[in-house]
Design a protein around this ligand. Structure first.
Ligand SMILES: Cc1cc2nc3c(=O)[nH]c(=O)nc-3n(C[C@H](O)[C@H](O)[C@H](O)COP(=O)(O)OP(=O)(O)OC[C@H]3O[C@@H](n4cnc5c(N)ncnc54)[C@H](O)[C@@H]3O)c2cc1C
Length: 272
């Protein structure tokens, strides 16, 4: 079994810390995956206040103060696709997901991404291993346990290759420095180690996990839910989208209720 590198152990510890500090807003997904709704900006009052700039001076401060009239307006705005007021509230998720999931997620351009760097850090040495549900469709086992075991061996070999080659470069740099043939490190970064990380990351598989902060407005988030919770979306991103939906719904129960009421919610019943 591949031993996790130091950075990966730190991330694993951090996942445990976040799950204990913020249990209602964080979830594990798969063998190393994670998602947390870290922060939100604005709420239902923000949407209503924004919309009312065109019609009245009435402004709300607290969701608890919403009247039936306010709820009706909110429902109307949502059902009639008055989109821009829904762009004024933001959610920030952190997720740790396989790179192949990130490639699908990043297509949601109306959002802001910040991702773990394999240039400044060694890669996360944990990779996605499909569990029984992921490798079975309609009771048909698409990938057998034996195949998953061979897949795991291959990915361990690739991750080990990275660690071993990187170690060799580090030893070479250190001994060149001792001999005085390479300049000493100045500032925080070592350009030679950085170049090794840049080159070796090309050999990392898309099953390896990466770490992202995703900041998204609610209009774009609805689009994400609708596209990525559908049965047609790939199983793995669906798992993340479902978890993101549950976390959103716990933070904004009224918006979730209205979405479900007017049929704007994803077509999947969600229970985690
Ligand atoms: C099941 C599934 C399969 C997919 N398969 C593939 C695939 O094989 N290859 C692939 O590359 N992608 C694929 N995608 C990604 C898909 O094409 C979209 O890029 C992705 O779902 C993001 O959707 P979006 O553009 O609506 O989101 P965002 O990029 O967040 O955009 C949100 C909305 O803003 C508007 N918008 C954004 N940018 C523009 C623009 N340039 N011009 C006009 N309007 C804009 C649109 O109304 C858009 O719906 C797939 C998606 C799904 C769900």
């Amino acid at each position: 079994m591949l031993e996790a590198n130091e950075g990966t152990r730190e991330i694993a510890d951090e996942i445990n810390t976040r799950l204990s500090l913020n249990p209602g807003r964080a979830r594990r997904i798969g063998n190393f995956g994670f998602i947390e709704l870290e922060d939100t900006w604005g709420d239902e009052t923000t949407i209503l206040n924004t919309a009312r700039v065109s019609t009245s001076n009435r402004r709300l401060n607290r969701v608890e103060d919403l009247t039936d009239k306010d709820r009706t307006l909110l429902r109307h705005l949502l059902s009639e696709n008055h989109g821009t007021p829904f762009e004024t509230i933001y959610l920030r998720y952190r997720f740790i997901a396989p790179i192949f999931v990130l490639r699908q997620w990043v297509k949601h351009r109306i959002s802001t991404w910040n991702e773990f760097s394999m240039r400044y850090r060694k890669p996360i040495s944990a990779f996605y291993i499909p569990g029984p549900e992921a490798r079975t469709i309609d009771g048909f086992e698409v990938m057998t346990e034996n195949q998953v075991s061979r897949y795991t061996d291959l990915l361990e070999t690739m991750n080990r290759f990275y660690e071993e080659e990187y170690e060799k470069v580090c030893e070479k740099i250190d001994s060149a420095r001792k001999r005085g043939t390479l300049p000493g490190k100045t500032g925080g970064r070592d350009p030679y180690r950085a170049r090794a990380r840049e080159l070796l990351r090309s050999a990392m598989p898309v099953a390896n996990y990466s770490d992202v902060y995703w900041t998204v407005n609610f209009r774009s988030l609805m689009n994400f839910f609708n596209l990525r919770m559908k049965e047609t979306a790939q199983y793995e991103i669906r798992e993340y989208a479902r978890a993101a939906y549950v976390l959103f719904g716990d933070a904004f129960p009224l918006l979730k209720e209205l979405m479900e009421d007017i049929g704007r919610a994803p077509d999947q019943p969600v229970s985690l």
